[in-house]
Ligand binder design. Structure first.
Ligand code: PHE
Length: 467
């Protein structure tokens, strides 16, 4: 336990946690999920759920990691034993919990990391393709053609497989190097640049003639536009974007220093992440509503951003810089996913770090071949109008993640002794923080299971009604 690597600085943790939370989920997935669920009302639902459920669940995962100093599977095992942790006991859970359920929970979380990494890597490959295209138009002085770049990509599945492999290879190389050297350095260097580029683009998009329509679409709640599965989609996206239900935050929590106050750290991560998603919406919707092209789901980021760059007179070099930063964000998130798998494999003493990294990377790549071919070889395969990539995305994010997240946090809330939770939660003994603490416990034990259960029910009813 003593020789576990810890984050060098508090800032290092924020960078890694924000780096893991902030990624394609904010820029690529958020806008198209919002569009599919009708805009403003969904954004409101999502923002409320992020604070009401996402934040408490995030705190619980970080807390489990910090107290057990173990990655997901072992940390959950500990909930079931009466091991001594930091001088305090976990509740003796042998009679309370099913060992099997906890084991399955841990392994499902690790599996979800591997599966999500595989299709996350495919979209990261798209980003690499855009970087290469922006670079070549910068060098040749040609104007960048986003539709052409997308078409080449969609028609050529094996190109996607190749780009996906490049991405997984890079992720493995960083993870092999270990926590501090690897993650902190990579993310720390490029995050600030990205924030500046986003701000510049935001100013440009707010100057477009359709800016007010974009603004209204995003922030004016029209509840009639919600569907029966919108609630579940909002919860799924909250889990995805805050990296909850994967166990990655348990792993990151296990590297936290003793004196870190988890609720404040989690609050900062949640608000930053939500703010970045809203900014992404503000960049993209003015263009979508300006009607310059046909909206087509998962491709929307790749359709709009190059147009935004062109309409604002920014050259290919700006595009290159933007997509390079987007790529680093995607890499940061992928590192988080792979790191979590690797930490579990090493903590369980199955492999050493290097071998675990190559093994997990290899499996992800093998799985990734299917979504990478979804727009070419498997073009004609669809189920309820959804492509292979969308099916995988939906099954993992809207079903598996909320399930794992809610069961895991329920067990955490029951398995850790109240004194231990209180000690981690409170940084002073004021009435306000004590109230927050009771609220947090209430959410984990009652509110989150009820809302998530209700969301599944609504979604099921919707499916039956439509058939
Ligand atoms: N939260 C990341 C995103 O929004 C995805 C992710 C999930 C990364 C889990 C790491 C772990 O893109």
């Amino acid at each position: 336990m003593q020789d576990r690597a810890l984050w060098g600085t508090r800032f290092g943790f924020y960078l890694a946690a924000i780096g893991s939370a902030f990624g394609l989920g904010n820029l690529w997935r958020f806008p198209y999920v919002v569009a599919e669920n009708g805009g403003g009302a969904f954004v409101l639902l999502y923002t409320m759920l992020a604070l009401l459920i996402g934040l408490p669940l995030l705190i619980s995962e970080l807390m489990l990691g910090k107290l057990s100093r173990q990655s997901t599977v072992r940390a959950l095992d500990r909930l079931n034993s009466d091991a001594h942790l930091n001088g305090v006991h976990f509740k003796s859970g042998g009679a309370v919990f099913s060992v099997r359920v906890l084991r399955w929970l841990g392994f499902s979380a690790v599996l979800s990391c591997l599966l999500v990494l595989s299709y996350y890597a495919v979209i990261s490959g798209w980003v690499i393709h855009f970087i290469v295209n922006f670079a070549s138009s910068t060098l040749s002085g040609r104007e960048f053609d986003a539709d052409q770049a997308l078409m080449v990509l969609k028609d050529n599945g094996w190109l996607q497989v190749a780009l996906t492999s490049v991405h997984i290879l890079l992720t493995v190389v960083v993870v092999v190097k270990g926590v501090e050297e690897g993650i902190e350095k990579w993310i720390g260097n490029l995050m600030p640049v990205f924030v500046v580029l986003l701000a510049v683009l935001l100013v440009r998009s707010m100057g477009l003639p359709s800016a007010s329509r974009g603004f209204q679409f995003l922030f004016y709640p029209d509840f009639a536009k919600l569907s029966s599965s919108s609630l579940l989609h909002a919860i799924g996206h909250v889990c995805f974007t805050l990296s909850i239900g994967f166990g990655t935050m348990v792993t990151f929590g296990s590297y936290l220093k003793e004196n870190t106050h988890i609720p404040s750290a989690a609050f900062r991560v949640t608000t930053m992440d939500t703010a970045i998603s809203l900014v992404a919406g503000l960049l993209i919707f003015p263009l979508v509503l300006g009607g310059a092209f046909q909206f087509s789901g998962p491709e929307v980021l790749f359709q709009t951003l190059p147009r935004l760059l062109q309409s604002s007179g920014a050259g290919s070099l700006f595009g290159l810089a933007f997509f390079a930063c987007l790529y680093v964000a995607a890499l940061g998130a992928s590192i988080g996913l792979l790191e979590s798998v690797v930490a579990n494999l090493t903590d369980l003493k199955i492999f050493r770090r290097r071998r675990a990294s190559w093994f997990a990377g290899g499996i992800s790549l093998a799985v990734a071949i299917v979504p990478a071919l979804s727009t070419s070889v498997f073009r004609n395969f669809s189920f309820m109008g959804l492509s292979v990539l969308q099916l995988l995305d939906g099954a993992l994010i809207n079903v598996l993640l909320p399930l794992i997240a809610v069961v895991m946090s329920y067990y955490i809330s029951r398995g850790l002794s109240v004194e231990l939770q209180r000690r981690e939660f409170l940084n002073d003994d004021s009435i306000a923080t004590n109230k927050l603490f009771s609220h947090w416990l209430f959410v984990l034990k009652w509110l989150a299971p009820c809302i998530i259960g209700f969301a599944f029910l609504m979604s099921l009813i919707g499916v039956f009604k439509n058939h």
